[in-house]
Structure formats: C-alpha cells, structure tokens
Ligand binder design. Structure first.
Ligand SMILES: Nc1ncnc2c1ncn2[C@@H]1O[C@H](COP(=O)(O)OP(=O)(O)O)[C@@H](O)[C@H]1O
Ligand SMILES: Cc1ncc(COP(=O)(O)OP(=O)(O)O)c(N)n1
Length: 264
C-alpha cells in the first residue's frame, strides 16, 4: 500500500541533526514517504553553522514542481528558507498546492547562527504565514516576527494571538526555551490545546524544532485533525529528546529512531 506523501522544503544540515536530514528521518520513522526540496546547503556540526549557501529560486521551483506534478503530496513542511525571494517563491508554490502546510519559520539556529535574512521577515509575515495550516514558531521567532517577548507560560497566549494576526489557520507556540515543563500552546483563536511535556535534562537537543514540525506534517498527511497530529508529534519529539545522544564536541542530535531501540 502507498504510504502518505510528505514534502519538506528546507535547508541541508551536513551534521544530520536538523534541516532536511531531520525531516526525512522523522518521515521515515512515522511511516510516511519523505520527499525534499532543498533551499540551501549549510556546513554545520555540533558546534554551529560554519557556512551557508542558498540555491537559486529557479532550482527550488523546479524541485517542487517535479515532486508535486508527478508524485503528488499529502502535506508540506517548510524550514530554512534563507531569503525574501525564496520565502515568496515557496509561499506561492504552497498557495497553489491542495495540501496542508506546516510552516516552521526558522530564523536562528540553537547556536545563534542566522538561517533567515533580516530582510526576509516581512515576507514571512505577509506571504508565508497566511498560507500556513499550522505555524510552529519558537519564542525567538515569535519575538522576531511580532515583537512579543515571552518570559513565562502566562505570555504564551498573547504570543499565539500575535502570530495568528498574520493569518495561519493554527499556531503552535513552542515554549521549549522557557524553564520548567516543556509547554507548548496550540490554538486557532477559538480552541486552545496546552501540550505539557516533562523538561528533559539532556543537552543533546539539536533538531527539536524541525523534528516536531515534520512530525506534525506526517500526522496531517495521514488525515489526522490538527490537534491530534500535534499531540502525536509532541510525544514523538519528547521521545527523541529523551534519547538524544552526544556527537562531536557540542550539542548532539535528538534520536529520530528512538522507537526502534538501539543495541547497547
Ligand atoms: N529539554 C527539553 N525537554 C523536553 N522537551 C523539550 C526540551 N526542549 C525543547 N522541548 C520541546 O521540543 C519541541 C521543540 O521546541 P523548541 O526547542 O523550543 O524549538 P526550536 O528547535 O525551534 O527552538 C517543543 O515541543 C518543546 O517543548
Ligand atoms: C539547515 C537547518 N535548518 C534548520 C535548523 C534549525 O533547526 P532546529 O530544529 O530549530 O534545531 P536547532 O538548530 O535549534 O538545534 C538548522 N539548525 N539547520
């Protein structure tokens, strides 16, 4: 039987913990067929991003059309889009595709390296967020996009409302950077779903955001309603963080294959 088809439009992380690599591993782990449109290449490892190179808009459009026009797609996920030109091209492609879209508005890596030009923020607000079925900003991305600074769980509702102003159907504000429980808020402005996970004491968390957004896209591709897809994705990323492992000298990746178990 044909598995659900999920497409990631994102950048490459040479270290394999985030970006396209995290997305495709998540898609395999969750029983879907993963496909990719590469937007940029990064030289990246456990210590940070050492270099980044964008692909031309024409190359991004061509990859997208190749996949969607022949194979088809049940859900799209976006990650690193790098520039205003790429953000606008991808927003237009998504707008013309009959599939839900999970938009992870990736701005800065865990190490503080910029993955999106400052000049692209307005295109994210006005072009990309309006075509999102679910937007999944972390707290730094909420601040960049809306100016709302979240200092505690109580601020998450205000942050979510500010993002919803730009037009995504749902927003999942990730509270992973707050102290205490790992609490995220999913809302469409009328329903609210609080997702509370234990704070795991593991520094090897590279790729959490990409993994969560891809897992949501997998659920949507399977036909799950947004709240169910997000709940399942939160469980998957929590397991992946619990099993995150050391690699290199810095922050290691989450374990996308945690449900498979590993020989000790
Ligand atoms: N130490 C942690 N323990 C448990 N869950 C975490 C931890 N860090 C992040 N999370 C969860 O991982 C997901 C991704 O969040 P976050 O790390 O904030 O995203 P990003 O990678 O975009 O910065 C969220 O569900 C968040 O609550
Ligand atoms: C190529 C690329 N895309 C996205 C990210 C950010 O990934 P994220 O899951 O938010 O993980 P951290 O960087 O926060 O660990 C990336 N680093 N590289």
């Amino acid at each position: 039987m044909r598995p659900p088809l999920v497409l990631t439009v994102a950048g490459s992380d040479s270290g394999g913990g985030a970006g396209i690599q995290a997305d495709l591993k998540t898609m395999l782990a969750l029983g879907t067929h993963g496909m990719s449109v590469l937007t940029a290449v990064t030289a990246q490892n456990s210590l940070g991003v050492q270099g980044a190179w964008e692909l031309p808009v024409a190359a991004v459009r061509a990859q997208y059309r190749s996949v969607v026009d022949d194979i088809g797609v049940h859900a799209v996920k976006t990650g690193m889009l790098s520039s205003a030109e790429l953000v606008e091209a991808v927003a237009e492609l998504i707008d013309g595709t009959d599939a839900p879209a999970v938009v992870d508005p990736v701005g800065v890596s865990k190490h503080g390296d910029a993955l999106l030009a400052a000049s692209a923020l307005d295109s994210v607000r006005t072009r990309l967020l309006p075509v999102a079925t679910v937007a999944t900003p972390n707290l730094d991305e909420v601040a960049q996009l809306t100016g709302v600074r979240v200092g505690s769980e109580a601020d998450l509702r205000r942050a979510a409302s500010a993002v919803l102003e730009y037009g995504p159907r749902w927003v999942l504000v990730k509270g992973g950077h707050l102290p205490g429980d790992a609490v995220d808020l999913l809302t469409d402005g009328s329903e609210e779903h609080w997702l509370r996970g234990p704070r795991l004491d593991n520094r090897h968390t590279h790729g959490t955001g990409c993994t969560l957004a891809s897992a949501v896209a997998c659920g949507l591709a399977k036909g799950q309603p947004v709240p169910d897809a997000v709940r399942a994705a939160k469980e998957y990323v929590t397991g992946a963080i619990r099993s995150g492992f050391a690699l290199g000298a810095g922050i290691g990746p989450v374990d996308h294959g945690w449900e498979l178990g590993r020989p000790s």
